[in-house]
Each structure stands twice: as structure tokens, then as C-alpha cells.
Design a protein around this ligand. Structure first.
Ligand code: 7TS
Length: 404
């Protein structure tokens, strides 16, 4: 049985105070909090078997290597990748996307077309623009409607035999929209284009089955799903990862080096140059274990309750407008108070111990679409409570009175 009070005891940070008030942490879309079970794994690593991996005959190195490779296995199982070597450790979503974009520099030609969506985070826009600059490829954008949903009939019009790549997030960080990625992937494959799904915001709520989705690439960050910062993953279909050239050169990614010629290591090491975030990778595995022990269906159902409750309560406030009203939505609420800058609301909320994000959320095109400078964003996790939402609503009402 899911008991939020028991769950909250796993997160030491949730019992701290901010500005003399109990912390209410509603910035989970930026980074999630870390349970004691994952903190223990990090402490255990540095206390007992900190060593470099894949290169030592000594015991510590072997233990660290085993644990790191076990974490890769956990990720493979979680995302249902066919082969373990299809899982590449990276420093996070941004790194994963840049790795793929860089690889396509040698594949794309002038006038090839790349499609992104209007809902993308800057990290799923800028690397493709850079790729277009390098190759002469053309970037096209799937537009959205006022609810924050992608307009699939427009997507159909953009697709053609010139489309080589499609990049869409699974869940929008700014609006919470859950995108119909299975349909988006099917349509792209119909014209022979490859698809990268940015799962940074989906993975805290949903288990993506990369084989059932038939995604060519799927990327995520550990720090949004109860893991540490500085580590993430790239899933790529074996055939694609074999086609892409290495991203960085260095130790670990080679088969043989001479000054005349270097050959590269097999997957996954071809994309893992240098000493990785070993502890981070192991802790990523522990975070996946932690979330699976609670269960993603349980997590999603509870977060949905929080979302419905918060939406209803916030909409009772005079002059409050919610941006992103898609029918399929994760537990993210972006809102503004009429005539009040989001930054001012965020500052008052912080004084009351409530952490939200304010600004454009690295999605300036979405803000431009709504003609606003930014929003206040409250994003909920399974360790949040309805009482915390009540505190948010009270604080927003106060801000509304103070700033009106
Ligand atoms: N893609 C999406 C959809 C994201 O939400 C983020 C981070 C990224 C990519 C980049 O992830 P990173 O781990 O490489 O930084 N989003 C946010 C956010 O909404 N607030 O802070 C970071």
C-alpha cells in the first residue's frame, strides 16, 4: 500500500526548513530529491570500493566494474532495450542529445530535413540547429495548439522523403503535455526517418518500453528520477549506434592505438571515452530500483491525484491562468497571476519555504507562443502531499494580494 508519510521518511531533505518554514519542494521537474537508499549507495561506493573501472586487475576495480555494469543491466531491463550494449552512460540528457546530433553530422546532407516540436527544451533545439549549420540540413517545427498539444495533422504535412530525423520530447517540461510518441514514431518510420525521444520529463512518471515504442534513440537524466546529477543515459538501436561515429576520443573508447591509426572499441565503450561518473552510474541503478519498488503505476496514479487537486484549487484564485491544459498531462502546472511577473511570485513563495521554478524553463519558443515572459511552475513528485498543495494555494493567494 502506498503511504506518502512513510515514503517521505526516505527523503532526509524533506524535513528541513527554508526561511523558517517547512520545505515544500515543488521543483521536481528541474531536479528530483534523493532518497536515503540512493544516498547510502553513494556513501558505500566512496567508503568501500572507489576505483577506476574496466582497467584494473585489483579487487576494488573489479568490484566497481561489476557494480557499474550491473547498473547498466538495470537500465537495460527498465527501458526494455534488446541488448545491454545499446545503453550508453552519459552525463545526462543534454550530453546524450549532443552525442547523437554530433554523430549525424557525418550522415546528413544539405537540404535533408529535421523535424522538432514546438514543445522542446532548448537542449532538444540548439544541438539540431548546430547540426543544421554544419550540414546545411533544414529544421522544421511541429506546431502546437493553445492547450499545449502538438498538431499532428501539421506534422503529417511536414513529413516527406527528405525527413531524416524527428526529435520530440515524451513529456513537456514547461507544460506537462504527454506527447503521443508512439504515433509520432510510426509516422516518421513510414517515411524512413529516425526518431529521438527526449525522455527527461517522462522517466520520473512512466516506464518507456523502447522496443514497444520502436524508438531509435531514447534519452534521460538520472537526477530527475531520484538519482544524482551528472549522469544519464542514451538508448540507441544497435544498428544506429554502429552507424554513428564516436563523439569524444580518449581512453576506454579504443580497440587499438598507434600514431598511424586507431580503431574503436565495440559498443557501448565506443561512446564512453574517459573515466565516467562511476558512482553516479551505480546510484542511477539504485534510483531505478527504488522507484520500481514503489511501482510506476502507483506513482503515476498518485501524482495524477495531486495534479487534479492542485489544478482545481489553483483555478479558484482570481486572475490565475494555467498554461498547458492537455488531456494527457504529467504532474506539472505552469501558471501566471494576471499583471504580475512570475519572478515576483516565485520570490514570495520562497519566503514561505515553497520551491517552484520561475522563468522560461529553457523553452523560450513556448513562452513566445503564449506571449509571456515566463511562468511559475509547480511540479509534483510522489513524495508531495495535498497539504503541501494547500500551502502553495495559500501562498499564491497571499502573493496575489501583496503584488496586485
Ligand atoms: N529535456 C527536457 C524535456 C528537460 O526537461 C530537461 C531539463 C532537459 C532536456 C535537459 O536535461 P539535463 O539533465 O541534461 O539538464 N529540464 C529542466 C527543467 O525543466 N528545469 O530545469 C531543468
Amino acid at each position: 500500500m502506498f503511504n506518502v508519510e512513510t515514503i517521505r521518511k526516505d527523503f532526509p531533505i524533506l524535513s528541513r526548513k527554508v526561511n523558517g518554514k517547512p520545505l515544500v519542494y515543488f521543483d521536481n521537474a528541474a531536479t528530483s530529491q534523493t532518497p536515503q537508499q540512493v544516498i547510502d549507495v553513494i556513501v558505500d561506493y566512496y567508503s568501500n570500493y572507489n576505483a577506476n573501472i574496466h582497467r584494473g586487475v585489483h579487487t576494488l576495480s573489479q568490484e566497481a566494474t561489476d557494480k557499474y555494469e550491473q547498473a547498466r543491466q538495470k537500465i537495460q531491463a527498465h527501458f526494455n532495450a534488446k541488448f545491454i550494449h545499446e545503453i550508453i552512460f552519459t552525463s545526462g540528457t543534454t550530453h546524450s542529445i549532443n552525442l547523437v546530433a554530433n554523430g549525424f553530422s557525418s550522415i546528413l546532407k544539405k537540404d535533408d530535413e529535421i523535424i522538432v516540436s514546438a514543445l522542446e527544451h532548448h537542449s532538444n533545439i540548439v544541438p539540431w540547429q548546430m547540426l543544421c549549420e554544419r550540414t546545411g540540413a533544414i529544421l522544421k517545427v511541429i506546431p502546437m495548439n493553445l492547450e499545449g498539444e502538438l498538431i499532428l495533422s501539421e506534422y503529417d504535412k511536414l513529413l516527406s522523403k527528405n525527413t531524416k530525423l524527428v526529435f520530440v520530447n515524451h513529456v513537456s517540461n514547461a507544460l506537462g503535455t504527454i506527447n503521443p510518441i508512439k504515433t509520432i514514431i510510426e509516422k516518421a518510420h513510414h517515411v524512413g526517418a529516425a526518431v529521438l525521444i527526449d525522455g527527461a520529463q517522462a522517466c520520473p512518471h512512466i516506464i518507456p518500453d523502447v522496443q514497444a515504442l520502436d524508438a531509435d534513440f531514447y534519452v534521460a537524466s538520472a537526477h530527475k528520477m531520484c538519482g544524482p546529477t551528472g549522469v544519464g543515459m542514451l538508448y540507441g538501436k544497435e544498428e544506429w549506434l554502429n552507424k554513428l561515429p564516436p563523439y569524444q576520443g580518449g581512453g576506454e573508447m579504443i580497440a587499438e592505438v598507434t600514431f598511424e591509426k586507431t580503431t574503436y572499441a565495440d559498443l557501448p565503450h565506443k561512446f564512453e571515452a574517459g573515466t565516467p561518473n562511476i558512482c553516479g552510474g551505480i546510484a542511477f541503478g539504485a534510483a531505478i530500483d527504488y522507484m520500481n519498488a514503489i511501482g510506476f503505476e502507483t506513482i503515476a496514479a498518485y501524482e495524477h491525484e495531486l495534479l487534479a487537486y492542485a489544478t482545481e484549487k489553483l483555478l479558484e484564485i482570481d486572475g490565475l491562468k494555467i498554461y498547458g491544459t492537455s488531456k494527457q498531462k504529467a504532474s506539472v502546472i505552469s501558471f501566471n497571476l494576471e499583471g504580475i511577473h512570475p519572478y515576483d511570485v516565485g520570490t514570495i513563495l520562497d519566503k514561505m519555504g515553497i520551491a517552484v521554478r520561475t522563468g522560461h524553463h529553457c523553452t523560450q519558443p513556448i513562452m513566445d507562443y503564449f506571449k509571456i515572459p515566463g511562468t511559475v511552475r509547480a511540479s509534483f513528485a510522489f513524495y508531495n502531499t495535498k497539504e503541501e498543495i494547500d500551502s502553495l494555494v495559500t501562498a499564491v493567494k497571499k502573493a496575489n494580494m501583496m503584488l496586485a
